[in-house]
Design a protein around this ligand. Structure first.
Ligand SMILES: [Zn+2]
Length: 255
């Protein structure tokens, strides 16, 4: 049996870029959920690469609400990106997919510990593996994911160490040596919004509320985090929120 260290030298088996057929192929595969973070990553990516080289992919995995898929479609349309929707079997065990599990409302996020109820078991691992399978066709590609610093306390598959390991796994497990890229991994959500506002990211088209509400509830974990990020930037969130104390902090129409 080959020793583990030797497996790292299999680069000789990696395929070179195929001869160009003159047809543009996607070199960048973007996980686009319809949320604020991945919409900002779309803007970030398109500052650096033409839209024709980017394939956006959104996943259905048994979410209780489909509004985020509609948001992904709207963001893709805004940026002129091709969007592929991939339907997976339901991922169980999360408050985002189990009708019987309730999402927390109005909790103090600074005091919350452990894995979040909205964690979806190994979702990012599954998404990146699927993206790698989609992408490992015609040459080297990069897989883009919008995880950020504030996520990784509650979501094991958003930790920088996971991203590094996923990058390694994808690089070693694909014929073209694909890579995983997460440029926001050390950014806070406030950093993301600040950057996005400066670049005109269409936040009015995005959807964040875990409860799938429009107007947004303003009290689920992600509504709270989103509102706090806009507040940190002294900006108004263009989304409408249900009336309530949290929404009054920076919801639509507020300064
Ligand atoms: Zn909400």
């Amino acid at each position: 049996m080959q020793r583990a260290a030797e497996w790292d030298t299999v680069d000789i088996f990696l395929l070179d870029e195929e001869e160009s057929s003159g047809e543009l192929r996607p070199e960048h595969y973007l996980l686009l959920s319809g949320g604020l973070d991945s919409a900002t990553l779309a803007g970030w990516l398109l500052e650096r690469h033409p839209a024709e080289s980017v394939q956006a992919v959104t996943f259905l995995y048994g979410q209780k609400h489909v509004v985020e898929v509609e948001a992904a479609e709207a963001v893709a349309r805004h940026y002129g990106l091709a969007l592929q929707a991939v339907e997976l079997p339901t991922i169980h065990g999360s408050a985002l997919t189990e009708p019987g599990l309730r999402l927390p409302e109005g909790r103090d996020l600074s005091l919350s510990q452990g894995v979040a109820p909205s964690y979806v078991p190994a979702r990012n691992l599954l998404f990146l593996a699927f993206l790698a399978s989609l992408a490992d066709l015609g040459g080297r590609s990069e897989l883009w994911i919008a995880v950020h610093h504030d996520d990784y306390t509650g979501y094991p598959d958003c930790r920088p160490a996971f991203i590094d390991a996923a990058d390694q796994a994808v690089r070693l497990g694909t014929q073209y040596g694909l890579r995983v890229r997460a440029p926001f991994v050390s950014w806070s959500k406030g950093d993301i919004v600040r950057y996005g506002l400066s670049r005109g990211v269409p936040y009015h088209l995005t959807h964040s509320c875990y409860q799938g509400r429009r107007p947004a509830c303003g009290v689920c974990d992600t509504c709270q985090a989103r509102l706090a990020a806009f507040k940190e930037c002294a900006a108004a969130d263009p989304l409408a929120y249900e009336p309530g104390p949290a929404a009054g902090e920076g919801g639509a129409g507020q300064p």
